[in-house]
Write a protein that binds this ligand. Structure first.
Ligand code: PLP
Length: 512
């Protein structure tokens, strides 16, 4: 009879797994096919399975192995052959055993082990002839990690004041929800997201962002990227044309590419997306992606007349508007600008929000506001994609908002960012003078500096060697860049760091 590991029969040793956990964490065993009728003794079968897995590097140094008791239970054999095999593996130096810490794969394996490459790595070298991949996947260009994206500090874009996050409050809420975990909380949730969080978001959006919505229209997603992907699947077909702001948000391009859409770049000026230019280039585009509150990357606010033109175009051409409202909680010189969605009387706007800027990006949480008649469609597509969002952090976030910590955090951060932004603009004026055209500092956590006569990628590369992180403006263009300069984030740059960092930038610019 052949028996194998039974990793999935958890209930079988539930009680005693718990006892094991108290002693030392247990590990995972390789697949061991035990053949009781084979001439090879059981201890040798176990020994060989481990040795093979170590030699072909399926098991790596430091990895934990299961206790003899658990493995005996999994394999359905007595502990004795396992004890014998483990003793031999320890003796030969394949295993290391420490009292109280369990048994691990040895960190200094015997010299005689003829190490092969890990299986995964090997397979990439095998010549397998031509590989047919999907066109939609191949349309996605790898976003290479340029030198200016590799660091932390002045003037990293997409970085918030991480150190100022109310960790104590957050951790207390996380602990509260860990303690509250119960059988039902482990089940699948609603494809749209938790009711409590959707209600909290809807209340916030109605008051702070002028969005017309009810909780039933909110879908929780893993960020703007997923929101856009779901929207693309619902509204766009292969070959559909989509307006994108030029310059615009690079990460959105690939969402359209993977959905087989054609991007139509539409220029942005001081009033936002030039709707007339869009109509001239492609009146029949199916959708437009816009950042009307704080254009990315130039930071301009779309004027009221452009908003009306855009809504009219969408209605007349039966097109859709994806409104990416990623950081407009922070406005410094005026009241926050109401959303485009709030002006739309034809339900043509799909509103996309994210917690990446207002809280922190590793949370991977955002939301969509869906026109009421399309909620079912979105629900069906979401079920096909990933069934729904994970429950735990939704519960934590709902309490964070409901108990007032969210609005308190926004108020605190607005003051902090406002000061950082003021100092940054003063320093740019002082060090770079009027050669620098600064736009977009009225809101958000970045501004743009346009400079004539420079090659922004070269400057950014050199700056990165001095721990200065500048995103070149030219990289936000799909076509030929009509501006050179930098996107400067001030979210994670302390006031005291700013003067020095801008001086460093001036020195680099004058030395090139
Ligand atoms: C224009 C724009 N939209 C959205 C986001 C946030 O994306 P996500 O919610 O996927 O983190 C960013 C982040 O930098 C952004 O710049």
């Amino acid at each position: 009879m052949v028996s194998g590991n039974t990793h999935l029969t958890v209930s079988l040793y539930n009680h005693y797994d718990f006892a094991e956990m108290k002693k030392a964490p247990t590990g995972i065993s390789p697949i061991i096919a035990i053949d009781r009728r084979a001439a090879k003794p059981l201890h040798r079968q176990v020994y060989d399975a481990y040795r093979t897995a170590i030699v072909d590097r399926s098991l790596r140094a430091g990895q934990r192995v299961p206790s003899t008791r658990i493995l005996a239970l999994e394999l359905g054999i007595s502990r004795i052959p396992i004890l014998t095999a483990y003793a031999q593996l320890v003796g030969e130096g394949y295993f290391e055993s420490r009292v109280g810490a369990g048994t691990v794969i040895s960190r200094s394996l015997p010299d005689q082990v003829p190490f092969s490459e890990p299986r995964g790595a090997q397979s990439t070298k095998v010549h397998v002839g031509s590989r047919r991949l999907s066109k939609r996947g191949s349309n996605v260009l790898p976003i290479e990690r340029a030198p200016w994206q590799r660091g932390w500090g002045a003037f990293g874009v997409s970085q918030v004041a991480f150190g100022q996050f109310p960790f104590q409050v957050w951790n207390a809420l996380v602990t509260r929800h860990c303690r509250k975990a119960h059988a039902k909380s482990l089940d699948y949730g609603d494809a749209m997201g938790s009711k409590a969080l959707r209600e909290a978001i809807a209340a916030y959006l109605r008051t702070a962002r002028g969005v017309r919505c009810e909780a039933q229209q909110i879908m929780i997603v893993s960020g703007s990227q997923q929101a856009l992907d779901i929207s693309a699947r619902i509204f766009l077909d292969r070959g559909s044309r989509v307006w994108m702001e030029e310059p615009g948000y690079r990460f959105a391009r690939n969402v359209f590419a993977i959905n087989g859409c054609q991007i139509v770049p539409v220029p942005v000026d001081y009033s936002g997306l030039n709707v007339a230019a869009g109509i001239e280039r492609c009146r029949t585009a199916r959708a437009a992606l816009v950042t009307p509150s704080h254009q990315y990357p130039l930071g301009v606010t779309m004027s009221a007349s452009r908003r009306m033109q855009l809504l009219d175009w969408a209605q007349n051409s039966q097109s859709w508007i994806f409104e990416d409202d990623y950081d407009s909680e922070y406005r410094y010189e005026s009241m926050p600008i109401a959303s485009l969605q709030g002006l739309d009387s034809n339900s043509r706007v799909i509103y996309i929000g994210t917690f990446s800027k207002v809280l922190f990006p590793s949370l991977r949480m955002g939301y969509l506001v869906i026109p009421p008649d399309l909620v079912e469609r979105f629900q069906a597509v979401r079920l096909a994609m990933d069934i729904g969002p994970p429950s735990f952090f939704q519960a934590v976030l709902a309490d964070f908002i409901r108990e007032g910590h969210f609005s308190r955090h926004i108020r605190r951060m607005r003051l902090l960012y406002s000061e950082r932004r003021r100092v940054l603009i003063d320093c740019i004026r002082k060090e770079l003078g009027f050669a620098a055209d600064v736009t977009g500092g009225e809101a958000g956590m970045h501004l743009s500096v346009t400079l004539k006569g420079i090659r922004d990628c070269e400057v950014a590369e050199r700056a990165s060697r001095q721990n200065l992180w500048l995103v070149p403006l030219s990289t936000s263009y799909i076509g030929k860049a009509s501006r050179q300069g930098f996107i400067l984030g001030f979210g994670s740059t302390a006031v005291e760091e700013i003067p020095n960092a801008v001086r460093k930038l001036r020195t680099i610019l004058t030395s090139m």
